[in-house]
Each structure stands twice: as structure tokens, then as C-alpha cells.
Write a new protein. Structure first.
Lengths: 600, 687
């Protein structure tokens, strides 16, 4: 314990150990990435690696999906400790229970205790990886339209000991092999994830041996304190205030009127704290959209870190001390009640928490917060399945990331095109057309951005992306998707406008287009195509105050049409697009902007 | 006599190889006219040999050149006005890229602009499928209409990348023909010819980058060869490539993307030779230290790992070339990295760099922020009066004052403690970078030697090697000019690839052998052309393969250029499992293997046995020097100072000690031993 006045932080040792822990987490991540089998891991990068203290506080994370890493790992390690009070070196646990800290059941976590030579628990390492399949009743890892866990059908593991003394428990391996589609792919991903936690464990043991475990504990506290101070400092730059904002998930099967979400955001600059109350929200719903405790809290926290516009604040249990997120039991954006389904707990409703929180921060604090990020997941990031005629009709199933955008306008930059969704922060990859066509019997006829779908603003949102794809010859393709944002778009902040809506359509053999439901499993025969529009991001600040140079850039580059440049952004141009000579008529632009401002 | 010249950001390095001896020279780089810097370095060499430049150059049969010209043009946006032609329906290949982002909560960095703007991007009506069949024939009239538009837009270069051209290149070829006819004089690059690799973004990216460099690199190489000729050079001019080989200058002018990563690519070529000569051929971690960057690469079993993920600029923020090049990881940690204390009281090193202007505080050129170089001066590692052989006098007092106010006082440390801490943290960052690349390639540092290149390498190479647990550290005698030395050891080489997807379960023997025969023929043509007169020609075959459902391929060396029997296939499968095991520490012998791209590399060896030696100079008889140097473990210690040039081979030097040459300083930590090897390098081992 510290005395009356805490000792001066060792600015050298803390910096050195911070770098050591970070590189261990990165090593875990590289190992997983390089060895994983499924596209969702090794192409899309949908996994995370973290290190926690022995008392289950998040200490270090490799750069990965924020919605995976903020809250959740802590609860899961506590769960492991509760069920297995005597942890030994060589133990490893498979955990994916949404009721005990995990996100959706498709995210398999491997958790290994780091136990020193004396048998003392020192740290935890955890790697979470999204599986291509998790034994659900239908071949997708996102089932929006299921009444409960039983209909969802996922295999649930609650801190199941999958290794003892570094040897696999074959009982569990066989269970997975028996129930998971593409068992070889699962097995490959299991090996990759296991390799990752074992490398993390090995490195931490070496670190403890060379520095001494006491030294590492002192470091952890110093690092938490440092992070908390940075967080308090960042919050103190914002004005104090409170906003209660609402958002709503679109109607889905099981929730015919959609799900309204209300967030109550309080910034207390003097105390250096931000609070989000999520308790005034509906109970768990008979669908797969319910969040888990981890994803509810992480969703609110993602928005807070987004809104600070200060990425030098370390994201760990130290800076978390300055955040209060209130959730309640049996709430669709809180702690889920068994057996309600959380199959889509990482994305759709989670975005409906993050988005109003980051927008509330913007409304309270000019120059901070963000507009809303585009909701997902349109068919362009659906789960495709079928039998591959090129491969003796072997079954295939995988999530694709063909066309998804969604970045929100921020106080300092335009929306990041490939942000994917709020909880993802652009950390996942976007597929190559050629890789998708080689791996699956599909043809991606087109993929491109759609002009005029950006949320307009001083800093605009990312536009929608449109993709059209279908089965190759002799194949029947199933596309399962859960597209939010077909009714309620990503809203703008501080005068910015909403982004384009997501949409799903089917192109029939005769070329005509029919609209498809937002949550659907489309079955396509050769000659039939599915058309996907991703949501655009909302804009930040008034469009009429957008730097004319930026408007000109968007116009020249075809992100917006001449009509929109003029009517929404008040830009008057000189020259012509044909010979690439477009310029700004400054005086006319100023005059037009004046007129448009007064007329609105 | 052969000459190798590497134009870097700060210095133009020259190595002269005359028979079995080499000599090193350094001149300042002249960014306004880089060829002048080259000629200046040659003048220094001529003077050393006591000859007129004309007669000196007249003796050289070969001039091998590396330059940052192309990469600088890209970074500063001074490339040609380039258009991009893509498959209909896919206009945003360069915009959408492959996704990915770093720093999830950093929204101050905008989404990167495409290498070619959308307004110079044109969709070509056509479509080929993954198996090579034509889904939609090429609309030639539309291509001609595009050519007319390009003319009106005054486009200076064109990159063409159509989907699946790597399986069926007919549409791209036809577009190339039509452009040649309707847009004469404008250089065109076709993706399947330049870089026949899967994944349209990186192939397109390489294609447009290559096209955009053509006008300028043609001009630069033309000027270089002409001025060398005017100065008296009559030999062959070669350029080093990102693939770690050398190519005739005219060939590089036709595909200038080969030159963009050429500097760092040479370091492992040199490292391979030195590890072989001085460290029993151990796996080598090659670390090349510059003023602003620290480049790490690897050599294992004599092979240099390649990557297809080469970025210009930061990962995900810059542009990917997708071009096979030597796997080099570069971090912003050089001698110029600035030390500072953040508002939470934590010591930081970089990422800001003082670069070469204004440079470290001690240079006295206006730099006010203390750098790693300043710290090495404070710790006594660098002699302020003997920097770069005494050509520049450094201000130690100014460095100490800056470090005191900006770092030491804030941390409550003495100046030397602070300087040592800066070194420790910089060492940590370098170790982190090395860790990342060794993990990716599955090399255990304990079985490897760390090779320090670059003028500043020796300052903490021993500390880095110790922290990694390496078997030892090697500072080659030409370590300060590692890239130029590597150029002298390179073979004239070329690399050919062809995609053909097949699996181990249904292996397409005939098609594969057809592809391999085609690749071999191209190698043979190269060997008889640019490779004519080589001492030895080797052709190595390899295949990029993966387990079923994996996405990323690994390169697997093949025993021969044909697969005639199931036994040959078994051997190839085993080679794949072994390679996978060695890189990733796991394999899965029960799994099907997918083979994607087949490669052949032809190497035409020009010289036997690496390169010549730096002659050992006679000791000048001056008294042994000593000076106080500081380590955090020991505090100030009185250390021996040894002149590298006159160090005899075999005589050990025990740390703590300093070994100095005109180009570099090596800090020998306590509890380590340094010895000059028979070959001439400095071999350091830990007690």
C-alpha cells in the first residue's frame, strides 16, 4: 500500500514495461492472424488478444476490435476463477457464454492463466476469435430472428477446461467437431487461438522471471494510475452537461415495432467523469439482438473513447475508473437473462447504444463527440453458404465483408470509409473480390461507392457502398443477413445530416429488382443476384460550413453530384468536370451559403 | 573493379571493390540533383586512389546503384499524372482497398486518398471469371473512347488492372495494344505482366505506382548513365531491386517499381554473406539503423523471407505495393528520434524525429529537442571530436543542457541516468520491431545473430542483442554502408510467377508442369540475355500455398521444376507442412493443401564469394586511448577505446570498451567480448 503521499511514478520503468506488455499482446495477435483458417479471422481480422491482471483487470490489448476488448474479458476471467479456484500452469479454458461476460456465442475465447514457478496466479491471457460457424441451428453466426438460445442452437461453453497440463481435453474437441459445420476450419482456428495464448503466457513468464513479479505488479498499478490521470485530463477539456438521446433498431422478426434505445449521458468535467445510464430500456426481447453485459458496456465506452478525440489516453482498467456505465439485469441493452438469445450481440443493437452516446457527447461538447456510425449488416457482409460444385459439392459457409462503409463525421475528419460499424472501428478487413470468387462459387458483379449518400456536414460521413453478387454456375447460394438502418439511418450531429440507409434487393432473372426484408435468408439460383447497400455515416457540423476546398474535392471525385454540392453545401464552381478544371467561385459560394443559411 | 553506390536520405555511400579489397566512401546526398552526390562520392574515391576520375572510372566494369529517387517521388507526390483502368462494376478498387486501420480511437488521421483519383479512373466493359473464362467480352470501342478521354485529360501514364487477368491476360493485353495505338507515347503498365499476384487491390496498386514512376525514372536513369559515361565510365550500369537482386538500368526504367524499396532490400543480402563468413551461417537478424528509421530483416537457411505486404508509408495509411519484396520492417527509431516526457510523466522516444535538419542538438544546426544521438554523446559513446572521422565537431554541453531541461529534470534523474533511460527505451522499441518480424517468420532469436548495419548501429546493437537473447552480435567491417556492400554481393536476377489454382487432393499435374515449363523457359531467356557470362546460373522454383480455407499463402521451396509422380507431390506436401511448422509452430498433416501461385527465380552469379575485404591498417603507434562511458548497470566506467581500422583479427577486446572507426562507433557493454574475425567483421558474444 502507498503511504500518505504516493511515490513518484517511475517514468522510465513504466514506459519500458508498457512497451513490453504491448509487444506481448501484439505477438499474440500476429500469431493468431498468421495461422488462422477461416476468412473471418485471417482475412477480416475479427479477433482480439488481451492481457489481464490476476484480479481480472484489463492491462494491455493488441490493437483490435474495441467492442471485444473493453469490458468482457474481465468478467470472463472472473468466471473462470469462480468455477476453477485452483488454476494451474497448463490450464486453458474455452468460454463463449453470453451470460457470463462474452459477446455472442460465435466468439470463442481461450483463456489461460499465467501461473509462476511457485504456482501463483500472476496474469491472464485471453484470445477471442469469431468462428466461421458455432453450431447454430442455421449456417450463420448472426441469427436475428430466433426466439431464444434453444432456437439459436449455439454450443455454449462456460469456462470449460479445454486443456490441462498443456494437453487438449478431447471430450470438448469432439463436441465441437460433432456440432460445428466445417469442423476442420474450426480446428485450425482453435490451434491458432491456442498458439496465441500460449505465446502470451510464455512471454509473460519470461518477463516475470527477468523483472520479478512484484515489479510487474507495481508497474500495473502505476500504469493504471497514469491511464486514469490521462483520462481525467481528457474529460476535463469538455464542458459539463447532460443529454438524453434516443435511437431505435429497425423492426425485425420477433420485435415488430423495433427496439427503442435511450441513453442518458452525463459529463462532469470538474470531477473528470463521464456516465452513461442504459437502465431505462426494454427488457430482453424474443430475438437474437439482445446485448450481453460485455457488449452493452463496451458499446457505451467505445463511444466515449471515440468522443474524446484524444487517442493518447490508454484504454485499460485505469482509464475505465473514470467511466460509469449503468446497466440492469434482464435488459436488451444490459445484462441478458438466460435463455434469451444474444446471437447478434456485437453489432446491431450495440451500435444503437454507441451511436446516441457519441452524438450526445457532440451535442454537449462542441469539438468533441461524433455523428452516428452506419448501422449494419447488409447482405454485403452477410453469411453465405451452399454446396461448392467446383469442389465435389463440399459445403461452405463464411461471412463475407464485400461492401460495408459507415464512418461517422468527427469534429476533425470526414468519416473513415471502412469503419464497418461503431464497435469495430475499422479494425476488420474488407474482402478482395478475387479472393472471395476463388474461395466460394460466387460472382461479385459490382462493388462501388454511391454518390450523395454521405451524411452531409462540416465533416461528412462516409458514403454507402453498393454490391451486387450471386452464385456461380451450378450453385444455389444462401445469403443470411441482419440489416439494421433500413428505416432509422445514422444521424448527424451538431447540424450534420443523416447518412444513406441500408437496403437489400434481389435482381430477378429478367433484370427487375424486388426489395428484400431487412433480416432475411435469401436463396439465389444462378442468374439471380442480391444487391446490398451499406449505411452511410452521419455528418458532423453544418454542411454549409464545410471548407469549400473539401466540397470541391468531393465533387471532383464524384463522392457528391453537382446538384448536392450546390443545394446542400452551397458550393458554386468555375470551370468544368470534363477537362478537370473545376474550381471554386468564392464570392458566389459565400453569397449562396448566406442565402441558404437564412432560408433554413 | 566494381562500384556500388547507394543514395540514401543523408549520405551517398560508395563501396569500391578492387580485386579482393574494398574501400568505403561517403559523400553528402544532394537532393536537388542526386547524380551530383554520386559523382562527388566517385571523386572522393578517385582521389583516394590518386587517379583522375576518368581513368579511375575507366577501370570499373560495373556500377551498381541504389536510390531513394522513386520512393521520394511517391512520398512527395511528384509522380506522373496517372490514369487507372479497371473492370466494369469495380471502379473503387483503389478507394476501398482491403480495409484495415490502426489506432482504433485515433480519428485525427483521415481515410487515405486513392493513389489515382476517381476522376482519372475508368471502367472497361469486360469480365473474366476466376477460372479464366470470359464472362463478358472486351468492348474495344469503349476502350478507344477511354483513350480519347485520357488524351483530353493530358494523362501522362496509365495503369491497367482487370479482374482475373492473372488467369487470363488477353483482355489486358488487348487494352495495352489499343492504348499503344490510340494513345501513343504514353507509358502503360499491365498488371498481369508486372505483378501476377492474386488480390486486385494490391495488384492494381503496384500497377499504377509503376506507371506513375515511368516518366521520371526513365529520365533519372537516362541522366545517370549519360553523366557516368561522360565522366569516363564504360561498363554496365545496374540497379538494385526491392527483391534483393540487381537488374540492368534499362530494365528498371521499364518497370521502375522494382527500385522503390531497394535500399533496405540489400541489407539482408549483405547480412547473409556476413553471417556465413563470421557466424557459422546462423540465422541472421539484420538491423539497419538510419537517421530516422530502423529497418529489420531476416535471413534463415540462406534464404531471405519475402512479403507481398509492402507499404509505402504507414500500414493501412499509405499505399500497398503488393509487389514481392524482401520482408523489411521499418520503425521510426533512428539516431534522430526525439526524447520527451509526456504530461503523465512518462518517458517517450519518438515518433518525432529531428531528422538530418535541424538534426540533434549537438549538431549545432538549430535543433532544440534532445535526440538519441545527443544521448550517446552524453554517455560518452561518441567522441565529439571524432564524429564521422572528425569531419563534424559535436557540442556535448548543448546536448546535456537540452536533455536536462526537457527530460532529466522532469523525471527527477541525473542527466546521464536520463540519457541511459532514453537508450533503454529506444532499445526496447527496436526489440519490439524485431520481435514482430521474428514471430511472423518463426525465428527464435536465441539461435540467431544480430547484424548491425548503418552508422549508428553499433551504439546499442549489443544492448539489443543481449535483450533479445541472441547468440551474438556482428558488426561487419562495411556495416556502415551495408546496402552498398549488399549490392556488390547480389546476383543479376529476375522473378517470374504464374497463378494456377490446384489442390493436393485433385492435383493438376499436367497443368502445373505446363506452368513450370513456361516459367523455366522465361528464366532461360533471361539467363542468356541479361545474365550472359555469369559464373553460375541457378533457377529456384517455389509455390505459394496454404491449407484449405486459409487465406494467406506461404512460399514453399520446391526440390525441382517438375512434379512427375505422386511421390513428387508427396515431397511437396511434406515441404509445405515443414515450412508451415517452422513459421507458425503448428502444422496439420491431415489437411488438404491449396496451391495458388507458381514462381521461378533465376539468379546469375557474377562473383565468387561475396565481396572483398577491408584491408587492416597498421596501428599508428599512438598511446591507447581511454574514456569514461556510462551504463545504467555500472554507472561511469573507464573504458578502453580501440580503433577498428587497426584491430588485428583474433585479438579479443573485453567490455566495457568502445571500438571506433571513421564511419561508426561500437559500444561493447560490460560482460561482453568483441573480436575481429578472419573475415574482418566484429564478432561480439555475451559472457
Amino acid at each position: 500500500m502507498h503511504g500518505q503521499s504516493p511515490p513518484r511514478r517511475d517514468g522510465v520503468k513504466t514506459a519500458i514495461l508498457a512497451s513490453r506488455f504491448e509487444s506481448i499482446a501484439r505477438k499474440m495477435q500476429n500469431t493468431l492472424f498468421r495461422t488462422a483458417r477461416s476468412g473471418i479471422l485471417n482475412t477480416a481480422h475479427d479477433f482480439s488478444c488481451v492481457i489481464l491482471t490476476a484480479d481480472c483487470r484489463l492491462l494491455a490489448a493488441a490493437e483490435s476490435l474495441p467492442s471485444h476488448t473493453l469490458v468482457g474479458p474481465d468478467i470472463m476471467c472472473r468466471t473462470v476463477k469462480d468455477y476453477h479456484p485452483h488454476l494451474k500452469a497448463g490450464d486453458c479454458f474455452l468460454h463463449n457464454s453470453p451470460y457470463e461476460g462474452n459477446s455472442h456465442a460465435a466468439d470463442h475465447c481461450l483463456i489461460a492463466p499465467v501461473v509462476d514457478d511457485q504456482g501463483v496466479l500472476r496474469f491472464f491471457v485471453l484470445a477471442k476469435a469469431h468462428q466461421a460457424d458455432c453450431g447454430n441451428s442455421r449456417p450463420t453466426t448472426y441469427l436475428g430472428d430466433v426466439a431464444d438460445l434453444y432456437e439459436e442452437g449455439a454450443l455454449i461453453f462456460s469456462a470449460a477446461r479445454v486443456q490441462t497440463a498443456y494437453k487438449d481435453n478431447q471430450d470438448i474437441i469432439r463436441m465441437c467437431r460433432a456440432r460445428i459445420r466445417v469442423p476442420e476450419q474450426w480446428w485450425g482456428d482453435y490451434l491458432a487461438t491456442l498458439g496465441s495464448v500460449r505465446i502470451g503466457e510464455r512471454e509473460l513468464l519470461e518477463l516475470g522471471r527477468s523483472f520479478g513479479w512484484g515489479e510487474l505488479e507495481t508497474y500495473a498499478e502505476a500504469w493504471f494510475d497514469y491511464s486514469e490521470e490521462k483520462m481525467a485530463e481528457a474529460i476535463s477539456r469538455l464542458p459539463s452537461g447532460r443529454r438524453v438521446l434516443e435511437s431505435a433498431h429497425d423492426p425485425f422478426p420477433g420485435v415488430p415495432v423495433g427496439i427503442p434505445v435511450r441513453v442518458d449521458v452525463v459529463i462532469d468535467a470538474e470531477a473528470g467523469r463521464i456516465g452513461v445510464d442504459l437502465t431505462d430500456n426494454p427488457d430482453c426481447q424474443p430475438c437474437g439482438l439482445n446485448l450481453t453485459e460485455g457488449t452493452s458496456m463496451s458499446a457505451a465506452m467505445v463511444a466515449i473513447y471515440n468522443g474524446l478525440i484524444d487517442h493518447t489516453v490508454p484504454v485499460n482498467a485505469g482509464s475505465f475508473r473514470r467511466i460509469d456505465v449503468k446497466v440492469r439485469e434482464n435488459c436488451c441493452v444490459g445484462i441478458p437473462k438466460h435463455p434469451f438469445s444474444c446471437s447478434v450481440a456485437t453489432t446491431n443493437l450495440a451500435d444503437r447504444v454507441s451511436n446516441p452516446v457519441q452524438r450526445a457527447i457532440a451535442e454537449i461538447a462542441p469539438g468533441f463527440g461524433m455523428a452516428e456510425t452506419g448501422p449494419i449488416q447488409p447482405p454485403g457482409m452477410g453469411v453465405i453458404s451452399g454446396l461448392d460444385p467446383r469442389n465435389e459439392n463440399e459445403p461452405f459457409v463464411n461471412q463475407i465483408h464485400v461492401a460495408v462503409t459507415g464512418g461517422a463525421g468527427t469534429p476533425v475528419t470526414d468519416g473513415f470509409l471502412s469503419i464497418i460499424h461503431a464497435g469495430n472501428a475499422g479494425m476488420c478487413r474488407i474482402d478482395c473480390i478475387e479472393v472471395d470468387e476463388l474461395h466460394h462459387p460466387i460472382i461479385i458483379k459490382s462493388r462501388c461507392l454511391v454518390p450523395d449518400t454521405e451524411g452531409a456536414g462540416s465533416f461528412r460521413g462516409a458514403p454507402s457502398a453498393r454490391a451486387e453478387f450471386g452464385p456461380a454456375e451450378d450453385c444455389t447460394l444462401k445469403v443470411l443477413y441482419t440489416a439494421d438502418g433500413t428505416i432509422t439511418p445514422a444521424l448527424g450531429a451538431r447540424g450534420g445530416t443523416a447518412g444513406g440507409k441500408s437496403r437489400a434487393q434481389k435482381r430477378e432473372r429478367d433484370g427487375s429488382l424486388t426489395d428484400l426484408p431487412p433480416c432475411h435468408g435469401a436463396v439465389l439460383e444462378p442468374g439471380e443476384w442480391i444487391v446490398s447497400y451499406s449505411s452511410g455515416g452521419g455528418g458532423y457540423g453544418a454542411p454549409l460550413r464545410r471548407d469549400p476546398e473539401r466540397v470541391l474535392h468531393d465533387l471532383r471525385e464524384g463522392w457528391i453530384t453537382p446538384e448536392r454540392a450546390r443545394s446542400i453545401y452551397g458550393l458554386v464552381t468555375t470551370g468544368a468536370a470534363d477537362d478537370d478544371s473545376l474550381g471554386i467561385d468564392r464570392a458566389a459560394t459565400e453569397a449562396l451559403r448566406m442565402t441558404l443559411t437564412t432560408s433554413t | 573493379m566494381r562500384l556500388a553506390c547507394d543514395t540514401g536520405g543523408t549520405f551517398t555511400d560508395l563501396v569500391v571493390e578492387d580485386g579482393n579489397e574494398i574501400r568505403l566512401f561517403k559523400a553528402s546526398t544532394t537532393p536537388d540533383d542526386p547524380v551530383r552526390g554520386v559523382l562527388n562520392a566517385l571523386a572522393l574515391a578517385a582521389e583516394h586512389y590518386g587517379e583522375e576520375q576518368r581513368s579511375f572510372l575507366g577501370k570499373a566494369e560495373m556500377f551498381i546503384h541504389g536510390t531513394t529517387r522513386a520512393i521520394n517521388a511517391i512520398l512527395t507526390g511528384n509522380t506522373a499524372r496517372t490514369a487507372f483502368l479497371t473492370t466494369e462494376g469495380h471502379p473503387d478498387v483503389l478507394v476501398i482497398r482491403e480495409g484495415g486501420r490502426i489506432e482504433p480511437f485515433n480519428f485525427t488521421v483521415p481515410y487515405p486518398e486513392p493513389y489515382v483519383p476517381r476522376r482519372l479512373t475508368f471502367e472497361v466493359p469486360e469480365r473474366i471469371e476466376a477460372n479464366g473464362t470470359v464472362r463478358k467480352p472486351l468492348d474495344e470501342a469503349a476502350v478507344i473512347a477511354i483513350a480519347e478521354k485520357l488524351k483530353a485529360l493530358k494523362v501522362e501514364a496509365v495503369g491497367v488492372c482487370l479482374l482475373w487477368s492473372i488467369v487470363n491476360g488477353e483482355h489486358e493485353k488487348r487494352v495495352g495494344d489499343l492504348l499503344a495505338k490510340h494513345l501513343p507515347g504514353v507509358p502503360v503498365t499491365l498488371s498481369h505482366e508486372l505483378n501476377p499476384t492474386l488480390r486486385e487491390y494490391r495488384r492494381a496498386s503496384a500497377t499504377v505506382i509503376d506507371a506513375s514512376l515511368k516518366p521520371l525514372m526513365f529520365q533519372y536513369l537516362d541522366s545517370l548513365t549519360n553523366r557516368l559515361r561522360e565522366a569516363g565510365f564504360t561498363g554496365r550500369t545496374l540497379m538494385v531491386t526491392s527483391g534483393g537482386g540487381i537488374m540492368d538500368a534499362e530494365a528498371v526504367a521499364r518497370a521502375p517499381i522494382h527500385s522503390i524499396n531497394s535500399g533496405p532490400a540489400m541489407a539482408p543480402v549483405a547480412g547473409r554473406y556476413y553471417s556465413d563468413r563470421d557466424f557459422d551461417g546462423l540465422a541472421a537478424i539484420v538491423a539497419d539503423t538510419g537517421g530516422t528509421t530502423y529497418d529489420v530483416s531476416l535471413v534463415r537457411d540462406g534464404r531471405i523471407p519475402w512479403t507481398r505486404e509492402t507499404w509505402i508509408g504507414q500500414r493501412f495509411r499509405g499505399h500497398m505495393t503488393g509487389f514481392p519484396s524482401v520482408d523489411v520492417k521499418s520503425i521510426g527509431a533512428g539516431g534522430g528520434s526525439i526524447a520527451w516526457v509526456d504530461d503523465g510523466g512518462l518517458l517517450r522516444v519518438g515518433p518525432q524525429s529531428a531528422g538530418s535538419t535541424p538534426g540533434p542538438v549537438s549538431y549545432g544546426k538549430g535543433g532544440a529537442e534532445p535526440t538519441v544521438t545527443d544521448c550517446s554523446l552524453i554517455l560518452g559513446y561518441i567522441d565529439p571530436d571524432f564524429f564521422l572521422g572528425g569531419t563534424m565537431v559535436l557540442d556535448r554541453a548543448a546536448a546535456a543542457t537540452a536533455l536536462k531541461t526537457k527530460v532529466a529534470d522532469k523525471l527527477g534523474l541525473s542527466v546521464e541516468e536520463a540519457a541511459a533511460a532514453v537508450f533503454t527505451l529506444a532499445t526496447e522499441k527496436m526489440v519490439g520491431a524485431i520481435d514482430e518480424i521474428t514471430v511472423n517468420q518463426g525465428i527464435d532469436p536465441a539461435t540467431a545473430v544480430l547484424i548491425g548495419g548503418g552508422g549508428a548501429a553499433g551504439l546499442n546493437a549489443v544492448a539489443v542483442g543481449r535483450r533479445l537473447g541472441c547468440a551474438g552480435v556482428l558488426i561487419p567491417e562495411a556495416g556502415s554502408v551495408l546496402s552498398a556492400a549488399g549490392a556488390l554481393m547480389s546476383d543479376v536476377s529476375s522473378d517470374y510467377a504464374q497463378m494456377l489454382f490446384t489442390t493436393s487432393r485433385r492435383f493438376a499435374f499436367d497443368e502445373v508442369n505446363g506452368v513450370l515449363a513456361g516459367l523455366e523457359e522465361r528464366c532461360r531467356v533471361f539467363a542468356q540475355g541479361p545474365g550472359a557470362g555469369a559464373l553460375k546460373v541457378t533457377v529456384e522454383f517455389s509455390v505459394e500455398a496454404r491449407y484449405a480455407h486459409q487465406i494467406w499463402e506461404i512460399e514453399v521451396p520446391m526440390a525441382s521444376g517438375r512434379l512427375d509422380s505422386p511421390a513428387d507431390l508427396e515431397a511437396l506436401k511434406q515441404a509445405f507442412h515443414d515450412t508451415h511448422q517452422s513459421i507458425f509452430e503448428i502444422n496439420d498433416p491431415g489437411s488438404d493443401i491449396e496451391f495458388v501461385t507458381w514462381r521461378a527465380k533465376v539468379q546469375c552469379q557474377l562473383r565468387e564469394g561475396g565481396t572483398g575485404q577491408l584491408p587492416i591498417q597498421k596501428a599508428d603507434g599512438a598511446a591507447l586511448e581511454r574514456r569514461d562511458i556510462y551504463f545504467s548497470r555500472t554507472g561511469w566506467v573507464d573504458a578502453e577505446v580501440v580503433r577498428f581500422e587497426s584491430m588485428p583479427s583474433g585479438a579479443p577486446v573485453a567490455g566495457p570498451a568502445i571500438i571506433e572507426s571513421s564511419f561508426t562507433t561500437v559500444v561493447v557493454d560490460p560482460d561482453t567480448n568483441a573480436v575481429r574475425t578472419q573475415g574482418g567483421g566484429l564478432r561480439i558474444t555475451f559472457q
